[in-house]
Design a protein. Structure first.
Length: 641
């Protein structure tokens, strides 16, 4: 829902981008995020009611979801005139919060969650954030204390970028809009690019691929004192308002845990169905998206449901039969999207432009096409199962962390038995399991050596390493320690890190940009703080069983709602694509991909060009590496032309 942008610049700020800029231009750039309405708020921030500190501008473009009438349009100013809000997202428990605020003498004139959020801030200020169950990024101007607050939800489901320059601050929902707002020429962040190209890591810190542009981290708010900023004073860093706890509930039984997971998920799912516009489900056929689809049917027996799925007919990665299982169980209308390699060539530049930064893998294109199909059929809200893997230990079950916890407690034989049982599941190999344990336990030089043995070269010939070293970048894969690395709770700590630092933030970025590209709001009902906090408090064997079964407690919780055939699946596919075929078609079909006149200077042209041709011939680099080359080259050609 929506796009936001804004700035504060002091009265003597002389940048043409501020003096001449009309923020309507920025909200136009963000128009795909909110095609229904656009408006700006503009005022002078006054010092002690007299001298002007500078100008505040807040812009909003709206995708109307809840209370679609004009009274709910933004920017919205509080009844006493003190606070002005621009907001992107949904507060799903706005009905409950509204009832609580009415008891505190608050008055409401709309049925929107926006008005509830503004009233909650007026009453509780920063502590309101922990009361919100939803996804949001927002900016709030406090005219009484001359402060600008930037806030982001616990998991970073909704984006918020900012740029500090001298005595001013700029912010926006997406980087292209922020670049237009600042008027500065973009400068590449070589350190972020290096980590993406060599290790495939991105969206795991506040830094972006653009130097000076930062994203507000998940679960943080940023209070900017405009008096201090206008005078050139230091700005305090963002403050954390939420972080996950991994303290274990030692007395709970498995059955009680499964029952509570079931109740919490269904309760949150019901709130995620609040909408005044049509909604649909993004269905892969796996446990998580099937839980969303079948959970909706469990809650709403008569509700018409449309499910949209990417299928790869004829490929060993095709999940169509699982999609059919889920649709049959839920009685939902199946909408299946098939993709030809030529479609990827036609759409790749558009997808890269709207993602704003490089990303990993072609599966993101499958999601892009699903969102496009939803909007073309009139659906404005999409529900999906993102986040369950990071909450309930999906994927391959994070075996290194699970074994590390057992070793912490001296349970060596159990660790050995776990690894043996873990290997009985499809797609798992001994080298992978052993490597995950070594990577989890080791650090420093051993960790870097393991990275090199796994094929990740910190100084590849295809990079202009002299330029990398001049940037002062550490040319080795450094293990990022988690603050939640607690002995005996390594798996829970790993999941907490995946939720807020490395893993989920990137996936949420992909989902938000793909959906909003087509003016679709993407909802993720697994991602609420109450569900996460409960899951991370459970004994680790409830998450990954002693036999290596992933999502153990979630599977148990969904019995009777999701078909057993899906819950008993031992594989995981998701939105996997015929990646090699698509990449070969991109190499052969993208005009100007290897044009030396627009080739990124950080890459060694001859080596990359030869690597691409070798890949087409069936030799050479991995698909992951070639995809990152293509994605980075095309992104660089668009933003640094």
């Amino acid at each position: 829902m929506c796009g936001i942008a804004g700035l504060f610049a002091p009265s003597d700020y002389r940048s043409p981008s501020v003096a001449q800029f009309d923020i309507r231009l920025v909200t136009g750039i963000l128009g795909h995020r909110g095609p229904d309405y656009r408006r700006i708020f503009e005022c002078l921030a006054q010092q002690d009611g007299e001298a002007s500190l500078g100008r505040v501008k807040l812009g909003h473009c709206r995708l109307a979801i809840i209370d679609t009438l004009s009274g709910a349009n933004q920017p919205l100013t509080s009844q006493d005139g003190r606070y002005t809000l621009v907001y992107n997202g949904e507060v799903y428990n706005f009905v409950e919060l509204r009832s609580e605020l009415i008891k505190l003498k608050c008055k409401f004139y709309t049925d929107s969650d926006t008005e509830v959020l503004l009233a909650a801030w007026s009453v509780w200020r920063e502590s309101a954030l922990s009361r919100l169950r939803g996804m949001f990024s927002c900016a709030i101007f406090d005219s009484e204390e001359n402060s600008l607050y930037l806030c982001r939800d616990a998991f970073g489901i909704k984006p918020l970028y900012y740029f500090l320059e001298r005595n001013s601050i700029f912010f926006a929902s997406e980087i292209p809009a922020l670049l237009a707002l600042t008027g500065v020429n973009p400068v590449e962040n070589t350190a972020v690019t290096y980590r993406y190209l060599t290790w495939g890591q991105y969206d795991d810190s506040a830094d972006t691929f653009f130097d000076g542009i930062r994203q507000l981290p998940p679960g943080h708010y940023f209070k900017v004192n405009l008096r201090d900023l206008a005078r050139g004073g230091a700005v305090a860093p963002p403050s954390r308002w939420w972080s996950p706890s991994i303290i274990e509930k030692k007395t709970i039984t498995f059955n009680d845990a499964a029952e509570q997971v079931r109740h919490s998920f269904l309760s949150n799912l019901r709130m995620h169905l609040r909408s005044d516009v049509p909604l649909a489900v993004s269905l892969s056929g796996g446990i998580d998206s099937s839980a969303v689809l079948c959970g909706i049917r469990h809650l709403e027996p008569e509700l018409p449901i449309n499910a949209f799925s990417y299928v790869a007919r004829g490929a060993d990665i095709d999940e169509e039969r699982w999609v059919d299982f889920a649709n049959a169980a839920a009685g939902s209308v199946a909408n299946k999207i098939l993709i030809d390699a030529n479609d990827v060539v036609s759409d790749i530049d558009d997808m890269i432009r709207f993602q704003g930064e490089p990303f990993g893998g072609t599966s993101i294109y499958a999601q892009y096409r699903v969102c496009k199909a939803m909007r073309s059929q009139g659906f404005v809200v999409a529900l999906e199962g993102q986040g369950a893997d990071e909450i309930y230990a999906g994927y391959s079950g994070f075996p290194g962390a699970r074994i590390h916890s057992l070793l912490d407690e001296g349970r060596w034989l159990e660790a050995y038995k776990f690894l043996r049982s873990w290997l009985d599941w499809p797609g798992r190999r001994l080298p992978e399991g052993v490597a995950s344990v070594i990577a989890e336990i080791s650090g420093g030089a051993p960790y870097s050596l393991l990275s090199r043995l796994s094929g990740r070269d910190p100084s590849p010939s295809w990079l202009q390493m002299e330029a990398v070293r001049r940037s002062g970048i550490s040319v080795r894969d450094i293990k990022r320690a988690s603050a939640l690395a607690v002995p005996g709770r390594r798996l829970a700590g790993k999941l907490a890190q995946a939720l807020t630092e490395r893993g989920l933030p990137a996936l949420l970025r992909h989902g938000d940009r793909n959906a909003m590209r087509f003016s679709v709001e993407n909802r993720v009902p697994f991602l609420t703080t109450d569900q996460v906090e409960f899951a991370l408090s459970l004994p680790e064997r409830f998450l990954v069983s002693d036999s290596g079964e992933t999502k153990r407690v979630l599977r148990a919780a969904m019995r009777g709602i999701v078909p057993d055939a899906i819950l008993d699946r031992r594989d995981k596919i998701g939105f996997k694509t015929p990646e090699r075929e698509w990449i070969v078609r991109l190499i052969n079909g993208l005009e100007g991909l290897t044009d030396p006149r627009s080739f990124p200077p950080l890459l060694n042209y001859e080596v990359v060009h030869a690597g691409l041709r070798a890949f087409v011939a069936g030799r050479g680099p991995s698909t992951d590496q070639v995809w990152r080359w293509i994605n980075y080259i095309r992104w660089h050609q668009q933003f640094f032309r």
